[in-house]
Write a protein that binds this ligand. Structure first.
Ligand code: NAD
Ligand code: WQD
Length: 339
């Protein structure tokens, strides 16, 4: 079976390509390298001893997509390609609406034309409204997004579910990721943010490796046990395995289903920093800074539906996540720049 992976050279895409290859799937990928390096897929090939058919190009390039579907017999698409920097989406909204919405529109247009109507989409916990009770369930309220990035995920969910409603040949799975961290245990592939990291774990690992002086913890006056925000961190390899489970589902069903991919466990920022230091033996200096605009105090997933319907559950611990993030960062202090 052949899977087209858009954004396959990125953080989650490269880990998913690796899992797919190890399970014997054929992998075709397209990536425009806007936030990645082809080195990631070269290393996936090295780790698995298998090859990926890689196209460098943009998912909005309709002619290229038609060429990819003509040259390969694709059974299903996993659509990771997208821009994901929340702050940048606030300053350059058009870029996010153009990239994230038009990539999906062009992709699904070509898919419909060639009769491949199975798609798994990278959505996000960010689509949930801020006033829900925890844990967030798939039927919790969505909308009221606080930034254009979040709206692109919300709108893409609407586009794909509307298509599946109108044409029952479509099979759509929307996966709402919580906070992916960690790396393949080899330390050969991992998250390689450009510039100053927005997210907690890459910031911690860059402090630990000496690229940054200290971590700013955004807020210690929240109504949580230690005053810092609580999130549901999930190991990227567990997340990749969630996509494998979703492939089985999407191949056997029609319509549109949404699943959370999280652990169901909440971890505070301070707990994360302390677990990182325990798992790695490396000190992470930090200071408390003011709250970051838009942060919710607490966010974690309900996991019953993905366990019951997909038969998938995250297995790795917070300790595993910290150890593996550090394996990647310590072996590749400057990310993929170091070959
Ligand atoms: P990433 O930036 O590492 O990967 C995205 C990949 O898509 C990159 O390799 C980039 O070059 C490529 N890309 C972007 N636009 C493209 C286009 N128009 N054509 C071709 N390639 C394009 O990000 P990631 O963390 O691996 O995230 C993958 C997906 O999961 C994204 O859609 C993201 O929004 C979503 N997601 C990520 C997180 C997270 O915290 N990492 C959480 C929830 C959802
Ligand atoms: C986690 C916690 C910060 C950095 C984001 C997106 C979301 C989704 C996942 C894509 C928060 C704190 C962080 C730092 C800190 N992405 N923090 N110092 O905000 O939960 O989710 O990534 O869909 O849409 O918003 O993740 O890693 O940025 O923050 O104290 O330098 O760490 O305040 O409490 P977030 P994060």
């Amino acid at each position: 079976m052949a899977i087209l992976v858009t954004g396959g050279m990125g953080y989650i895409g490269s880990h998913t390509c690796l899992e797919l290859l190890e399970l014997g799937y054929e992998v075709v990928c397209i990536d425009n390298l806007s936030n990645s390096s082809p080195e990631s897929i070269r290393r996936v090939e090295e780790l698995t001893g298998k090859s990926v058919r890689a196209y460098i190009g943009d998912v909005r390039d309709e002619a290229l997509l038609r060429q990819i579907f003509a040259e390969n017999t694709i059974d299903c698409v996993i659509h990771f390609a997208g821009l994901k920097a929340v702050g940048e989406s606030v300053s350059i909204p058009w870029k996010y609406y153009d990239n994230n919405l038009n990539s999906t529109l062009v992709l699904t247009k070509v898919m419909a034309d060639v009769g491949v109507k199975r798609i798994i989409f990278s959505s996000s916990a960010t689509v949930y409204a801020g006033d829900n009770q925890m844990p967030l369930r798939e039927d919790s309220r969505t909308g009221g997004c606080t930034n254009p990035y979040g709206w692109t995920k919300y709108m893409t969910e609407q586009i794909l579910s509307g298509m599946a409603f109108a044409d029952r040949d479509w099979s759509v799975v929307l996966l709402r990721y919580f906070n992916p961290i960690g790396a393949h245990h080899s330390g050969r592939i991992g998250e390689d943010p450009q510039g100053i990291p927005n997210n907690l774990m890459p910031f911690i690992t860059q402090v630990a490796v000496g690229r940054r002086e200290r971590l700013n913890i955004f807020g210690n006056d929240y109504d949580t046990p230690d005053g810092t925000c609580i999130r549901d961190y999930i190991h990227v390899v567990d997340l990749a395995k969630g996509h494998v489970a979703a492939i089985s589902y999407v191949m056997q069903n029609q319509g549109c289903e949404v699943f959370n991919l999280g652990t169901g466990q909440g971890t505070s920022v301070l707990e994360m920093v302390n677990t990182f230091m325990e798992a790695t033996g490396v000190n992470v200096p930090y200071v408390f800074a003011g709250r970051r605009a838009g942060d919710l105090p607490v966010c974690y997933a309900g996991t019953d539906k993905s366990a019951q319907v997909l038969g998938w559950k995250a297995e790795k611990t917070l300790f595993d996540m910290c150890r593996d993030s550090w394996a990647w960062q310590s072996k590749n202090p400057m990310g993929y720049l170091e070959k």
